[in-house]
Every structure is written in structure tokens, then in C-alpha cells.
Design a protein around this ligand. Sequence first.
Ligand code: NAP
Ligand code: GDD
Length: 346
Amino acid sequence: MTKRAMITGITGQDGSYLAEFLLARGYEVHGVVRRASSFNTHRIDHLRRDPHDPANRLHLHYGDLSDGSRLACLVDDIRPDEVYNLAAQSHVRVSFDEPVHTADITATGTARLLEAVRRSCPEARFYQASSSELFGATPPPQDERTPFHPRSPYAAAKLFSYWMTRNHREGYGMFAVNGILFNHESPRRGETFVTRKITRAAAAIAAGRETHVYLGNLDAVRDWGYAAEYVEGMWRMLQADEPDDFVLATGVGVTIREFLDVAFGTVGLDWRDHVRFDPRYLRPTEVDALIGDATKAREVLGWKPSVDGRGLAKLMVEADLEAIEHAGRPWIDTVPLPSWNDPDTP
Ligand code: NAP
Ligand code: GDD
């Protein structure tokens, strides 16, 4: 039997890698896409086929985590075996500007989706995209037993979703799990997160298109892994014998300065000549250090990452350089649009 997966946030970094991963394993994939005035499917366009082709296994549906009735209809129609809730207002700095919107999508949105699944197909396995931001002010190393101390509206919203997921597991016996993922990046990372901002700048400066980049706090430590490897961890959590919560991390802490060293070093530049400070990028409360211990995921799920923050800096700069060299535009634009491209479909 073909397994059916539903992914919210399929147009994001993780959603695109997860869709690729599941399609390669023979899944039928249903992605929820929010309506926008311009196309927002660029990360998954290379996976799309003619929707009229009976062999097509990627189906996109309009939907928004703010709209519980739509989510209920979608779950009822699709009847998924696995649900991956990746959609969120996912930017920590932005959550200070938009705390109420962040709560509506990143917290209440999860409750809407969990309730839709509980009502229509409680046997479906449910993955919640929880975050190392939950640990916040609690010093590293952090694992599944580390106390939470959220430091932003985003983290507070994710904390609500974490407990709603556990509550549906404990209260209703659902196979609902939290993946507590430490930062994970890739050439598809959104351009406003610090890693991609740095690697795009390094590539653009090396190509003579820019001269400098503005950044905020350079002292923070993050445990950066490779998104393509983390989506396999998500899937493994839903294949486990018992529902449980897992940390995914590399265990390697890297400061922003060290990431800058490798990124600019890859193109033979010294970042100190090109980085300027802008207090706009500071946060009212900062998360100083996140370094995860993923022993449980390794022992129970057999999941082990192979790329750390330094490896990522190099990999991402090389991808941004290639994008500039080949198209002069972001990497994703190098993928041609399918000829049947139909502007009426999401
Ligand atoms: P991302 O690139 O920002 O993607 C977020 C996705 O959510 C996008 O598809 C976005 O759609 C969608 N979305 C936003 N608001 C929505 C709404 N109101 N209704 C429906 N969809 C909406 O994030 P990511 O890096 O792939 O992360 C995936 C998930 O993991 C997020 O929940 C994030 O908070 C969590 N997480 C990420 C990391 C990390 O380091 N990447 C670590 C821990 C946890 P558009 O494309 O239209 O914007
Ligand atoms: N975005 C950004 N932009 N961050 C900067 C900048 C800048 O110009 N300058 C310094 N930083 C610092 C931030 O203050 C933070 O300490 C660190 O770089 C990382 O910031 P982000 O890349 O925005 O990621 P994040 O750690 O806040 O959040 C990401 O990881 C979480 C998991 O721990 C997001 O992907 C979240 O959705 C995710 O849950």
C-alpha cells in the first residue's frame, strides 16, 4: 500500500527536503500551501509533475494554519497516514515584532491541526516541528531531559505546541511526537537567517556585487546541522515502535564569528573587512548557546548526522557562488519551471 503523507510548510526549507525524501520512498505527498500574491513554491517546483498525470504523487492544496475549518476538511479528505506539521512563523527576531501573529500560527495553528487529526483520523502519526529554542536560557549541553526556558514569543509559541502534542499523545493515545531540532541549514535556507545571510554575502562580495553586510550579535553559539539529514530524522521518529520525543543535533557548537571565518575563508576573504554592526538585528532577549546531545536519537532511531556548522559554511558558500556564476540569481531559479506550469494551481 502506498503511504500517504500530509506536510504543512512544504514550501519551506525543511518541507522541500522532506517532500523529496518521501517521494523517493514511494509516498503520496500532500502539501499545504498558503495563498500568496506571488509564487511561493520555488523550493518544490523541481518536484512538481503535471497534476493531470495519474502517476503524479505530489499534490498541493491551499490552506493556512490560521484556518481550522480548512485544516479539518483537508485532513478529512486526504486521510493521511503521517502528518508533518512544519508550518510556522519561524523567525525568532520577527516574533518580537509580531507576537500575536506568531502565537496564532506557531502555537494555536498546531492545536487546530492536532484537533483536525484527532477528529478525522486519530490513527495517523503526527510529527510536530519543535525547536531547540525551547531550551533558551538553559545552558548546554541540552537533551530531552533539559528544562525549558523560552526566550522569545516564537519559543513560547513552540512550547505550547510541544505540550499540546504530548497532551494528544498522553490524553488520546495518538502517535504524536516532538522532534526537538537544533538549527539546521542548507542552500535552501531562508535568506534572513544568519547562516544564509552570511554565505550569500560572502559569495556576492567575492563576485564583486556587494562590499559589506550588516549583522547583530556575533557571540551566539549554535549547533548547526544539515537540513537534508534532519528530515530523515523526522521520518524515523514516525517509523518508531513507540511515540516519543527526540533531540536532533550534531553536538558541535560554533560561534557566528567561527562561521564567518569559514564562510569568508572559503572565498579567500577576511570577514572583518566586510561585516558591519546594526543594532536592528539584536533581540530583546538572546539565546546565547545551543549545543545538543542527540544520543537518544542515535540509539533508538539509528540517526546520525555527518555535517557540522563548519562543513555547512563551506557547502553553503559554494552553492551561493555557483548560483551567482550560473544564473546571477538564487540557486533555486536555476531549476526550470515545468512546461505545464498552471498558474491556477498552488
Ligand atoms: P521555513 O523555511 O521558514 O518554512 C516555514 C513554512 O511554514 C513555509 O512553508 C511557510 O510558507 C509556512 N507557513 C508560514 N506561515 C504559515 C501559515 N500561516 N499557514 C500555512 N503555512 C505557513 O522554516 P524551516 O526552516 O523549513 O522550518 C520548518 C519548521 O521547523 C518550522 O516550524 C520551524 O519553526 C521549525 N524549526 C526549524 C529549525 C531550523 O533550524 N530550520 C529548527 C527547529 C525547528 P511560505 O513559504 O509561504 O512562507
Ligand atoms: N537572523 C539573524 N540576522 N541573526 C543574527 C544576525 C542577523 O543579522 N546577526 C547575528 N545573529 C544571531 C542571532 O542573534 C542568533 O543568536 C543567531 O545569529 C542565529 O539567528 P537565526 O539564524 O535567526 O536563527 P535562530 O537560532 O534565532 O532560530 C533558528 O533556529 C531555531 C532552532 O534553534 C530558526 O530556524 C528557528 O525557527 C529555529 O527554531
